[in-house]
Design a protein around this ligand. Structure first.
Ligand SMILES: Nc1ncnc2c1ncn2[C@@H]1O[C@H](COP(=O)(O)OP(=O)(O)OP(=O)(O)O)[C@@H](O)[C@H]1O
Ligand SMILES: CC(C)(CO)[C@@H](O)C(=O)NCCC(=O)O
Length: 572
């Protein structure tokens, strides 16, 4: 994260399994632009998630990446003074605008009832807004301005459906089709939020809703049972397994019972599942005899089917034709969406439609975020179009910052790694980059304090591999700087690090086996080693300039990161 980046208006949704964060990050120098008498700040809406069991990581992330960058007093202003300003909507832009609302009472914070406050308030929803309120207060000095969980979910969905085009889509037979939402014909609909457990809410309008049902067989069941049955360690691993599995190995099909034929009289084909996991009764096998892939596949099918069916039954109860599915369980996974859609289609005989949302996992957090808008005495009015644009400008998985060096034209590679230009005077094979341009070292340093928090890094381009390597290297270098109380001592430690051998892929000590391809010749190995040496040295130099202040004393906002482990790689 850029040190000039300014963060404001954080909202949290703390659920049984995951904590979701939505926050506004203003660009660059936070310069305000005046339009129609209103000040406007350019920036983007950021989304992040953490496992609730690793709440300490979330606290650290907020401390270093949000509070440390918060606009002075900004977070203190969710509930504010009398001067209510407007957010200006731009029609053609790549950045989003949020009214900073600094126009009123800057010196103190006021509650709507007029009481002065000197605390940091942030919007929080989900069960954790209650469970962890004391922890946030104690560790970060943040107080929760609690929003009801169902209210936030509905607020989030209504906001998305009304303001973000191409938000809702159907998924059937491998076809994704965006649904055009008619704002005058949106209600009523059924919202099915698949989190750890599942909530089913009939929505009749803005703030008009009723939780009509739910089921405890949800995403938590999939992950919990999945971990027990397959020894998987994470949701991603379980999904990956399920991708390669075949549910028919364990599920008992109608055909298994009916000798291979359909039971057409009641509309069941021979391939329909008669009983999830039913084959395990008579197969005479132990759990170990089944492939974990097949177990994961059956489990995913079972949970998705069941939710689809209960959703349909509830839609039927109230005559609802549209069912929107949200929650982090879905994760845009085709198999899950297909199973749910087929279940809804099958049971409703094509009458009801299952729809999915692009921002499925952040409904509650977005609802809480947009509720800053609902305060009668607030100074933040993130106009729908503004937040809409902010959303369009980032992906849900913004958690990890990727390299912008996606264009590989004319770039030499070694071991599959692009040898990107560097603003460097250090000797080596890197082409020289223009001094006023960002290079990969800038990116690695800028993104380090955000990227180091994530345990998964989806590689979007070969440059991302170099970014991963440099993130790891910064982690190593910071570890060496730990305990170096002056810049001079730190510099010595870094010089010593530079004297160490630099392994290349295939050699002992290379940190990410499989990240880069093995060198095909000694020349390629030498080229890559020399490039790594150059880029590491360059990174070291620039790291020293951020890890120590101008007076040579350590910058705790950097050195505190020495303790972290990037992508679970132990740093020595
Ligand atoms: N990276 C992940 N780690 C853990 N679970 C994940 C992950 N990605 C998706 N999931 C799935 O999403 C579910 C959690 O979804 P979500 O965050 O919407 O619910 P929650 O708010 O934690 O739960 P609840 O609303 O019931 O309190 C998990 O139970 C799991 O099935
Ligand atoms: C308890 C909540 C609302 C917490 O998010 C959720 O996990 C849920 O809807 N569980 C299902 C509870 C039930 O209706 O059986």
């Amino acid at each position: 994260m850029d040190s000039t980046q300014k963060i404001s208006h954080l909202a949290l949704d703390i659920g049984g399994t995951l904590i979701k964060l939505v926050y506004f990050s203003a660009n660059g120098d936070y310069s305000e632009e005046s339009r129609n008498g209103c000040s406007v700040v350019h920036g983007k809406l950021c989304f992040a998630k953490f496992e609730t069991r690793k709440i300490d990581d979330c606290l650290e992330f907020i401390r270093f990446n949000i509070l440390h960058h918060s606009v002075n007093g900004f977070l203190q202003h969710p509930i504010l003074d009398s001067k209510s300003a407007e957010v200006v909507t731009q029609t053609e832009t790549t950045s989003a605008d949020v009214e900073p609302g600094m126009g009123g009472n800057d010196s103190g914070v006021q509650h709507p009832n007029g009481e002065a406050l000197d605390k940091l308030y942030v919007k929080a929803t989900g069960g954790g807004a209650f469970k962890f309120a004391d922890l946030f207060k104690e560790k970060l000095g943040i107080l929760f301005d609690k929003e009801d969980e169902m209210h936030s979910l509905v607020g989030g969905v209504n906001f998305l459906l009304k303001t973000v085009p191409r938000e809702a889509f159907t998924y059937l037979d491998g076809q994704k089709e965006f649904v055009k939402i008619d704002h005058n014909d949106l209600y009523p609909y059924l919202l099915v939020n698949i989190g750890s457990g599942v909530s089913m809410i009939k929505v009749d309008g803005d703030g008009k809703y009723e939780r009509i049902s739910g089921t405890s067989l949800g995403g938590g069941t999939f992950l919990g049972l999945g971990k027990l049955l397959t020894k998987c360690k994470s949701f991603d691993e379980l999904l990956e397994l399920s991708h390669h599995g075949n549910n028919r190995v364990i599920d008992m099909l109608v055909g298994d019972i009916y000798g291979g034929t359909d039971y057409s009289k009641i509309g069941l084909s021979s391939t329909a599942i008669a009983s999830s996991f039913g084959k395990a009764i008579s197969d005479g096998k132990e759990l170990e005899d089944y492939q974990p892939e097949d177990v994961a596949r059956s489990l995913l099918r079972m949970i998705s089917n069941n939710i689809g069916q209960i959703a349909y039954l509830n839609a039927l109860r109230f005559g609802l034709k549209r069912i929107f599915f949200g929650g982090f369980f879905i994760r845009g996974l085709e198999y899950t969406m297909d199973t749910i859609s087929v279940a809804v289609h099958f049971w409703s005989r094509g009458e009801a439609k299952a729809m999915f949302l692009r921002h499925e996992g952040f409904l509650g957090a977005l609802g809480a975020f947009t509720s800053y808008n609902n305060q009668s005495h607030n100074d933040l009015k993130p106009h729908h179009h503004t937040v809409q644009r902010a959303i369009l400008n980032c992906s849900v998985e913004i958690c990890v910052y990727h390299s912008s060096f996606v264009d590989e034209e004319g770039i030499t590679k070694a071991c599959g790694c692009p040898l990107l230009p560097l603003k460097s005077h250090i000797k080596g094979p890197a082409p020289i980059s223009e001094q006023d341009k960002t290079d990969i070292v800038d990116e690695a340093i800028t993104f380090f304090r955000a990227n180091v928090f994530f345990t998964n890094f989806d590689i979007k381009s070969p440059a991302d591999k170099l970014l991963i390597y440099l993130t790891f290297y910064i982690n190593v270098a910071l570890k060496r700087l730990e305990g170096c109380r002056t810049l001079a001592v730190g510099t010595k430690a870094i010089i010593n690090l530079g004297l160490e051998d630099i392994p290349v892929p295939g050699e002992t000590g290379f940190p990410f086996p499989g990240l880069f391809s093995l060198p095909q010749s000694q020349e390629e190995a030498d080229l890559f080693r020399n490039y790594l040496k150059q880029v590491r040295e360059e990174t070291s130099g620039r790291l020293l300039s951020v890890a120590y202040r101008a007076n040579g004393t350590p910058n705790k906002w950097w050195l505190a990161f020495a303790k972290r482990k990037f992508i679970n790689v132990v740093v020595l």
